[in-house]
Ligand binder design. Structure first.
Ligand SMILES: Cc1cc2nc3c(=O)[nH]c(=O)nc-3n(C[C@H](O)[C@H](O)[C@H](O)COP(=O)(O)OP(=O)(O)OC[C@H]3O[C@@H](n4cnc5c(N)ncnc54)[C@H](O)[C@@H]3O)c2cc1C
Length: 629
């Protein structure tokens, strides 16, 4: 396919590499004069590439929509990006907090490693090229607008970043393109950003760094949203530094009116602190308050603290009352700052909000609204704390998007679809055909079972329709085949194949399959599998709904009596109780339900070959199909 990747940042470069390695013709379009302008300034010029924490550690640091990232992270994790960079000749090192940097401490080395890999993969790079729109026709991408011309492309990866540090090129173009194509953009706001305070004394302390303090942030409604020990600093407008940036991420969008409380002495209890004050005051009782407490805090901060506690720094230490000591202790354990506003996008490390993750398939990063349109990186509504996690989001989503671009559509057209009523033998026929042709059999029933496993794990009852509908939008599901053609299903990156064959899951699958959102999502996934390789699959709506374009469509059926007869024999042979009349009426009832249901009913389309197996063996049915394919 001809693939355009728009945006040459972290996400765009990795998407271009993966798509090109998969055999696509890839053009990377970047409006700047060079790739990775933002990457260059990351980590204060050292580039904190990723974080070497394990999977759990990564997801603990993702703030917004972590579940959306399960498949992406399973597909391309921190070890994967580290391996890619080191393979391109740039050694890495792991520092405190598992932060990963280039051994050279130069972000330019990361840029070089990426660019080398981009070129080696055969990507065409076009710099100084600003895309002005995406063109779609019939619900699918058809091209990219550059200036006044439209260039045709079969697939597009949008990786234009958020709104933060617009000087690096992230000015929100891609968000506008996505919106114009019908996507919801979740409200955008600056995150990991310094905070402006009402207190003007911050200006006087500008440049002062506080280490080993505890910062607690309260929302404007008074709810504690953050508390952590670490480092922060004062600036001419308020506060910044690691603790403040993290707090800002949890206040995002609602910073105005929030309250910050700094515990300047987190290692001492109020009693211990009071004892320390008493000691200092007694030892220096001829001095002023400011002089007596000289060693307690940096000088400028001490005078602010005394003022905030309502104590005159020039007053004699000998006159300090118990009430004044209490006020001082309270201020030291909780110096208050009232937040006026968060600084803007020009100073924000990341953008909160972006393309709604509900409208993007988490297993592929493809839009649920426009076919062959993929999203990656900061423009998606997901973000994390500092520490290399935001770049990891860009790497993971970029790699998954690039790897998910389907091969030529003709591959899907050759897949084989088999529909038919219950008990007609279609699964047996489908499996035989897959075995003879040596192509995978897609067990669609297993996919419904996997949804039931996910529901069980997330504590959602199988018959809770709204709960199941909400869940299906967030879980990532992937189908994989071993070299021997065995099907494995991964839910949120974890192989659940071993859990599918229990009675409870079987019943759950039957209930969850009634939810339209589940059917839609699995249809999408079934199409993706058929896109990627030729498969045989059977079900109730494969030919009419999942693979309407394949030329190989079959409807395997048999009379109700014959199907009841087969089932009756099966039960008797396995020593189970059976009554022919009950089985027959059950089959007739199911046929009626399947063919009359409003949502995707069972029927044999005009372009589908009907194979009636009433007077045929399974082998004869298989041969009939093989003659056609
Ligand atoms: C100062 C700073 C330091 C940071 N440090 C770290 C760190 O150390 N570790 C970490 O994990 N994260 C860090 N981050 C966050 C991280 O850099 C981003 O989350 C990440 O770079 C996002 O990557 P992206 O590819 O999605 O977007 P970007 O890197 O923003 O790339 C988007 C690209 O798209 C291009 N583009 C936009 N519109 C168009 C158009 N119309 N046509 C063509 N091209 C277009 C832009 O020019 C840009 O090159 C930092 C951020 C900042 C601002």
């Amino acid at each position: 396919m001809r693939v355009a990747v728009i945006g040459g940042g972290a996400a765009g470069q990795i998407a271009a590499i993966k798509a090109a390695e998969n055999g696509h013709r890839v053009t990377l379009l970047e409006q700047n004069e060079k790739l990775g302008k933002k990457l260059f300034i990351t980590g204060k010029g050292r580039c904190n590439v990723t974080n070497a924490a394990d999977r759990e550690g990564f997801f603990r640091h993702v703030i917004r929509n972590p579940r959306f990232l399960y498949s992406a992270y399973a597909h391309f994790d921190s070890a994967a990006i580290m391996a890619l960079i080191e393979a391109a000749g740039v050694p890495l090192k792991v520092e405190r907090g598992q932060r990963v940097f280039p051994a050279s401490d130069h972000s330019s080395d990361i840029l070089k490693a990426l660019e080398r890999t981009v070129r080696a993969a055969g990507v065409e790079v076009r710099l100084n090229t600003r895309v002005s729109g995406i063109v779609a026709a019939n619900g699918a991408v058809s091209g990219v607008r550059i200036g006044q011309t439209v260039e045709p492309f079969d697939a597009v990866v949008l990786a234009t970043g958020g709104l933060s540090y617009p000087s690096t090129g992230s000015t929100g173009d891609g968000l506008r393109f996505a919106q114009a194509l019908g996507h919801t953009i979740e409200p955008l706001c600056a995150s990991l950003v310094p905070l402006e305070t009402e207190e003007r004394w911050c200006f006087e302390l500008s440049g002062l760094t506080l280490k080993n303090v505890t910062l607690t942030a309260f929302s404007r409604k008074g709810r504690e949203v953050y508390t952590e020990l670490g480092e922060m600093l004062f600036t001419h407008f308020g506060v910044s530094g690691p603790l403040v940036l993290s707090a800002s991420a949890l206040l995002a969008g609602e910073a105005e009116g929030a309250l910050l409380s700094i515990d300047l002495k987190p290692g001492l209890s109020e009693e211990q602190l009071d004892a320390r004050l008493l000691r200092d005051l007694a030892a220096n009782n001829r001095k002023t308050m400011g002089g007596a407490l000289y060693g307690l805090l940096p000088q400028k901060l001490l005078s602010v603290v005394l003022t905030e506690a309502g104590i005159d720094a020039a007053a004699p230490a000998s006159g300090c009352t118990k009430a004044q000591r209490r006020a001082l202790t309270e201020t030291l354990k909780g110096l208050k700052l009232h937040v006026k506003a968060a600084r803007g996008f020009t100073e924000a490390i990341v953008t909160r909000g972006g393309v709604s993750t509900r409208e993007v398939n988490p297993s592929t990063m493809e839009s649920r609204k426009v076919k062959n349109l993929f999203f990656a990186g900061e423009m998606l509504d997901t973000d994390a704390f500092t520490g290399g996690f935001n770049l990891q989001i860009a790497w993971s989503t970029g790699a998954l998007a690039g790897s998910s671009i389907p091969m030529e559509v003709t591959a899907m057209k050759q897949s084989i679809g088999i529909d038919g009523p219950a008990g007609a033998g279609k699964s047996t026929v489908a499996k035989r055909i897959a075995a003879i042709l040596n192509i995978p059999y897609l067990d669609t029933g297993a996919m419904y079972r996997a949804v039931a496993v996910a529901a069980k794990r997330h504590g959602v009852a199988f018959d809770d329709e709204p709960g199941i509908a909400a869940l299906i939008g967030t879980i990532g599901m992937q189908v994989r085949y071993t070299e021997t053609g065995e099907q494995h299903i991964l839910v949120d990156g974890e192989d659940v194949t071993g859990e599918l064959r229990t009675e409870e899951i079987s019943q759950g699958a039957s209930l969850v399959s009634r939810v339209p959102a589940v059917r839609d999502r699995l249809t999408e996934l079934q199409r993706e599998v058929a896109h990627a390789q030729r498969v045989v699959m059977d079900g109730r709506d494969i030919c009419t709904n999942v693979l309407p374009d394949t030329p190989y469509k079959f409807f395997v059926t048999a009379s109700a009596e014959e199907r009841a007869n087969r089932r009756y024999k099966q039960l008797i042979e396995s020593g189970q109780p059976a009554e022919y009349e009950t089985i027959l009426s059950d089959i007739i009832r199911r046929d009626k339900q399947d063919s009359e249901r409003a949502y995707k009913p069972l029927y044999c389309g005009a372009d589908t070959m009907r194979i009636d197996t009433t007077d045929m063996t399974i082998e004869e049915a298989v041969e009939t199909i093989l003659r056609e394919v």
